[in-house]
Write a protein that binds this ligand. Structure first.
Ligand code: FAD
Ligand code: NAP
Length: 337
């Protein structure tokens, strides 16, 4: 058991925060044995995967479990689909590449999302018109209070737009151990409704893309647009795209003619938070050691020496400004500790 460990290497924002206790978990027995010990069982716990969706604003006065559970098992396979059980500490993008290489489709649009498999159901990761809920069969987890292992099928996970039961009723209460995915082996139907994918494929004169070509297009777009956390600390999109009632959108559109929108739940529209932040004048703006990224306003960055509380302060300043200018309340997507 390591004590007083810096979490800086374990979060993509590159923020300094200490963990009172810290343990890397490589198999399921380790976590059970550890939590059966009275002193750790009663302590605040934080499960950390790739640290790509967290903002540390203070030291963690408890036990951080760094999830490195590995393994991909085939549970069932037919001509048209494959059912897999994937350990939660597998790197998400490695799993995507494994699927692409084997000709299994369903997650190619989710290429290059940082982090672990176990965190994917947390916020129902999504990109380019695909959400991971489309391919999740069930989630298996350890209940931290009782140390019992339970499973939830996809319907019970209450997946929504960057949401799930793991961010609400089960928040901080479970350690996700593995996730079952049902991927397709049948005829490939590419999901290429997003303009950026269409443009990238058109540039390469690809009209009937393979799974690999969609994955490569997504990787190329992401590499050209998003700051690499290894170079500039960040946690991806800091805010969720707000969904507002159609009536409110129609009123706003009278004042802001170019305000974009996308369909979502009936009666509501989805507004790109990046557009709001940019049009409120925050895009590329630096505030001390933090700021909004110059190419993607939705991404808050650490220029090198930011403190977590500074990033949080900037985020809340942006929230207040967007509320004042557009009457829309942004919610952070990143988990703030
Ligand atoms: P962490 O940051 O380690 O943890 C996130 C939360 O989940 C924490 O609350 C943690 O306690 C909890 N948690 C993690 N693992 C477990 C577990 N096994 N059991 C229980 N709780 C757990 N997200 C998208 O949805 N779409 C994107 O396109 C996208 N692009 C990104 C691009 C960049 C450059 C970056 C930095 C981030 C991006 N993200 C995106 C956000 C992030 O990558 C995802 O949310 C990812 O799933 C987080 O995984 P992680 O392992 O790093 O989670
Ligand atoms: P973008 O193409 O600049 O578009 C801005 C927003 O508009 C996106 O967030 C997207 O919402 C929405 N949008 C664009 N085209 C759409 C369409 N055809 N149908 C429905 N909604 C559409 O976005 P971007 O920032 O470069 O990101 C591209 C994709 O990667 C998005 O899906 C985004 O969610 C994902 N991404 C996520 C993170 C993260 O940390 N969560 C970081 C980087 C990229 P959606 O977000 O709902 O898709």
């Amino acid at each position: 058991m390591r004590e007083n460990v810096s979490l800086k290497p374990f979060n993509t924002f590159g923020l300094e925060a200490g963990a009172k206790y810290f343990e890397e978990i490589n198999n399921e027995d380790e976590v059970l044995n550890l939590l059966h010990q009275e002193r750790f069982g009663a302590m605040p716990l934080l499960i950390l995967g790739g640290g790509s969706n967290v903002l540390f604003t203070q030291d963690f006065d408890g036990l951080v479990l760094l999830n490195r559970l590995k393994g991909i098992k085939i549970l069932n396979e037919t001509d048209s689909e494959i059912l897999l059980e994937v350990a939660s500490g597998e790197v998400w993008h490695d799993f995507v590449l494994h699927a692409v290489k084997n000709g299994w489709s369903g997650i190619e649009n989710l290429s290059l999302i940082p982090g672990t498999v176990g965190a994917a159901p947390m916020q129902n990761i999504g990109a380019y018109g695909v959400e991971v809920k489309n391919v999740i069969e069930q989630v298996r987890y350890l209940v931290l209070d009782t140390l019992q292992i339970e499973t939830l099928n996809a319907a019970a996970c209450e997946f929504g737009y960057r949401e799930s039961v793991f961010k609400h009723d089960l928040k901080g209460k479970v350690f996700i151990l593995s996730v079952q995915f049902r991927l397709s082996k049948g005829a490939f139907i590419p999901q290429i409704s997003y303009g950026a994918i269409q443009e990238t494929l058109a540039e390469k004169q690809i009209t009937n893309p393979s799974i690999q070509e969609v994955s490569e297009a997504v990787i190329a777009i992401r590499q050209s647009k998003l700051p690499d956390p290894a170079v500039l600390g960040n946690s991806g999109s800091f805010f969720k795209n707000p969904e507002i009632p159609e009536a409110q959108f129609n009123e706003l559109k009278k004042k802001f003619e170019t305000l974009p929108s996308y369909p979502t739940t009936p009666g509501f529209v989805k507004i790109p938070a990046g557009w709001l932040i940019e049009h409120a004048g925050w895009k590329g703006k630096r505030v001390g050691e933090t700021g909004s990224h110059a190419k993607q306003a939705l991404v808050l960055v650490n220029y090198g020496n930011a403190e977590g509380y500074e990033v949080k302060a900037l985020a809340f300043e942006i929230i207040a400004d967007i509320q004042a200018k557009f009457g829309i309340r942004l919610s952070p997507e990143v988990n703030i500790f």
